[in-house]
Design a protein around this ligand. Sequence first.
Ligand SMILES: *Cc1c(COP(=O)(O)O)cnc(C)c1O
Length: 428
Amino acid sequence: MTDRDLPPHDDAVAPLDDDMRIFRPRRALPTDVVRPTRAEVNLAHLRHNLHVLRHSARGVPIWAVLKADAYGHGAKAVARTLERAGVDGICVALVEEGVELREAGITVPVLVMGGYAGSAFREFIHHDLTVVVHEIGQIGDLAREVRHADSSGIDVHLKVDTGMGRLGSRREEWQRVAEAFLAHREVRLDGLMTHFANADVAEDGVFDEPLQLFEEATALFTAAGLPPRVRHAANSAALLRGRAGFDLVRPGIALFGVDPLAGAPVERALPPEMAGKLRPVMSVHSKIVALRQLTAGDAVGYGSTWNAPRPSLVATVPMGYADGLSRALSNRGEFLVHGRRAPIVGIVSMDMTMIDVTDIPDVALGDDVVLLGAQSAKSSASKAFSASSTESGLAEITASDIARASGTIPWEVLTNISRRVPRFYREA
Ligand SMILES: *Cc1c(COP(=O)(O)O)cnc(C)c1O
């Protein structure tokens, strides 16, 4: 395809082939000349995960958490897909993330949870975004803005701190917060929310104290004549455990196919046939752009931290830490080639990473490499590939695998995939 098939401005969505669209990042060149490194976002898997979470939620409305550009998947495309699939609301961290979704035509409720509103309250009113109030001074500020905007009032959600120690009104302030709401009737307490610090910790008691405090807050505001219309607390882990459903749930990571409870010995709210059935939404692909036969002792990468222990075939893949591949994977991580694992050798550099493919037969320049996701032995081979394709089935590298190898969590692995990596959207 040529450049002219694509609309001219950035962020344009254009047909690529039957079930793929490209979401053009800001600095990308025409698609037929960009380097082969790309992220694929499987929207069918996203819809599947929403379906699984619906079972878990047992009828409680789902507000998808799409902060940080939908955990790196592209907030607009993800929000449109989920809205069409019937999601009940969306949560973001920043007001600009909310504005981006409204400008993309999203009409379901959007809750802005990140706490920082600055002088942007008029943006909330103008774009019909729901403010999370977490601090008493915000109530008077908001009331002033509402009067200024000639608006009849604004519904807000109040966040209370039940042990997270991050954002949210603390118990000793609740009475004064209630009085502030009563003094500024144009700011209406519509929702009451909290966030768990330990929802993924495999102990039964982790919800006890937070839930008791949350009930205490509910009772206090109700007694003050401010009964919240909706209450919510559950992130993915709490939802999958069937805890703290209240009136809506706020899953993030599970929508993208990562099970925050993987391996944890906890009870789940899913019917057994659905457990473990979340599907990864993002995969990252590239190709081998250089291949070198080394003799024993030859060094690879900055600082010569890896030396070939034997005659070795080493491939260069054009993705590095500036693309979001952690430098902590140096001499630790793995990529997939021909459906088999190839260890990263040497230091991950800004734009490139090397892998040892000595033990993989028939590797050639241009062969597909999977950095995140699954690869089958057959489909990944270059045209000449034939032997040994049956011996290995489907190999997979998950965000959790990468997190483990690099000492972080899957949330950071996904949000790190940088803007430099173009996102391709697959509908089926
Ligand atoms: C990020 C976030 C969530 C979603 O958490 P996951 O673990 O990704 O499901 C829910 N609520 C709040 C307040 C958050 O910040």
